[in-house]
Design a protein around this ligand. Structure first.
Ligand SMILES: *[C@@H]1O[C@H](CO)[C@@H](O)[C@H](O)[C@H]1NC(C)=O
Ligand SMILES: *[C@@H]1O[C@H](CO)[C@@H](O)[C@H](O)[C@H]1NC(C)=O
Ligand SMILES: *[C@@H]1O[C@H](CO)[C@@H](O)[C@H](O)[C@H]1NC(C)=O
Length: 397
């Protein structure tokens, strides 16, 4: 008698748990998550891992934004008369220029270049003039998501100025469609890494080739911080020692993973320039240098670290909108994206611009070999998307 009652009770609880789980999945976990008041359909993933194309190329579009869309809804928003006016355009352009021009420039760049990946190098939203970070992020990255391109972002010094902290921003960005951004990598053993948005992405060889399962190019992303107060001086943030330690370990691990005679090349992306870009001297410089480099007064030794690692061949930065040059410091190229967005400051009559980076593989007798060349060029936002400053950054051997 007693035991059969226990059985009935057990069955009853089992049924209760099953029904609860069913209801939980039906109402809460189904296909909608609520993030504040936004309905977010579960993330759409890009093809992963990243890999070279069958023609032996991997193309990156670098976007140095500063976009912001006011999160107001207007029923009748004429194209070219968006809500945010452009900064620093000619007075003849002013009336027909808005944030929509930034979106349109990004779409046209994607159509023209058909990149495999987009790297957003910070100040993705202009925090202080937006009142809803999530809405602005959706608008800023919309063209990348619409094109179903894998994309990654780092934070600049303005992103956190509205409704999300840097930590929240990176978590949010990592959950957006086709994003391959990460808040921070898991480390073994767990260690603290300063900032949010330090991660590396591995790019594999072309499908079907003998390099298909090997990392042949690395992309490192680093959080260069926002602002800081140092001995009473207001200055910009900088890359901390904990981040450099992580970078060295990641680079070393990656090199040991592959059996190539030379470790695979790497590219790095962050927002704020390092002090050596300000002080120079450059071995070579290519492109335009129109404003003083705005960096931190603290020099954490990023250049020294990169030189000692050996695999990083070029670094892509944002921040200064009137510089679009590549400068060579101790054998490593540091390249500005140039101002891309119309809400960020610029110079009237000096067109907004974006950078393209291409890695090309060496063709062997029967199959692809490792990366042979890394090239870059820029395009300006004119009718023809004029291409200029074609440059080779690195060649193997
Ligand atoms: C912005 O877009 C409008 C509409 O296409 C165009 O007429 C205008 O010339 C653009 N402005 C700039 C500065 O590119
Ligand atoms: C790569 O990995 C896949 C899946 O494990 C395997 O089928 C394929 O043969 C591997 N290719 C090479 C070149 O090692
Ligand atoms: C690298 O070489 C070692 C020994 O020569 C071999 O055991 C290992 O499988 C190789 N690894 C790769 C990724 O080819």
């Amino acid at each position: 008698m007693q035991s059969s009652q226990t059985w009935i009770q057990a069955l009853f609880y089992l049924a209760l748990i099953t029904v609860s789980l069913y209801l939980l999945q039906f109402f809460i976990l189904s296909d909608r998550l609520m993030v504040s008041h936004h309905k977010v359909i579960l993330k759409k993933h890009p093809h992963f891992p990243l890999r070279f194309n069958s023609d032996g190329t991997f193309k990156i579009l670098q976007v140095n934004f500063q976009i912001h869309f006011r999160a107001l809804k207007v029923a009748d928003m004429h194209y070219g008369t968006g809500l945010t006016r452009c900064r620093d355009v000619l007075s003849s352009e002013f009336e027909w220029c808005s944030d929509l021009n930034t979106t349109s420039f990004l779409k046209r760049m994607i159509d023209a270049e058909k990149p495999d990946f987009i790297a957003f190098t910070g100040d993705n939203i202009f925090g202080s003039s937006t009142n809803d970070a999530a809405e602005s992020l959706f608008k800023a990255f919309a063209p990348a998501m619409a094109a179903r391109l894998p994309w990654a972002a780092v934070l600049g010094n303005h992103d956190q100025e509205s409704t999300m902290t840097r930590e929240e921003l990176m978590s949010f960005i990592s959950l957006m469609d086709y994003s391959v951004s990460q808040p921070n990598p898991p480390t073994i053993p767990p260690t603290h890494i300063d900032g949010f948005g330090n991660y590396d992405l591995k790019v594999r060889g072309p499908p079907g080739s003998h390099l298909a399962n090997q990392t042949i190019l690395n992309l490192f992303f680093l959080d260069s911080g926002d602002r800081a107060l140092v001995h009473g001086f207001k200055t910009y943030g900088w890359i901390k020692e904990s981040q450099l330690t992580w970078l060295r370990t990641a680079s070393k691990g990656r090199n040991e993973e592959t059996n190539q005679s030379e470790p695979p090349p790497s590219l790095a992306f962050f927002h704020i320039p390092i002090p050596e870009i300000r002080s120079g001297p450059f071995r070579e410089i290519f492109g335009q240098y129109h404003e003083q480099v705005a960096c931190s007064i603290v020099n954490p030794g990023v250049l020294k670290t990169l030189v000692s690692m050996g695999d990083v061949k070029a670094v892509f930065i944002g921040h200064d909108h009137l510089n679009d040059f590549c400068g060579n410091l101790d054998g490593i190229w540091f390249c500005y994206g140039g101002g891309f967005g119309y809400h960020g400051y610029g110079r009237a009559g000096w067109a907004r611009r974006g950078r393209v980076i291409v890695a090309e593989l060496k063709k062997g007798k029967n199959d692809w070999m490792g990366v042979e060349r890394i090239k870059t060029w820029k395009r300006i936002d004119d009718k023809m998307l004029t291409k200029f400053d074609d440059q080779i950054l690195w060649t193997s051997g």
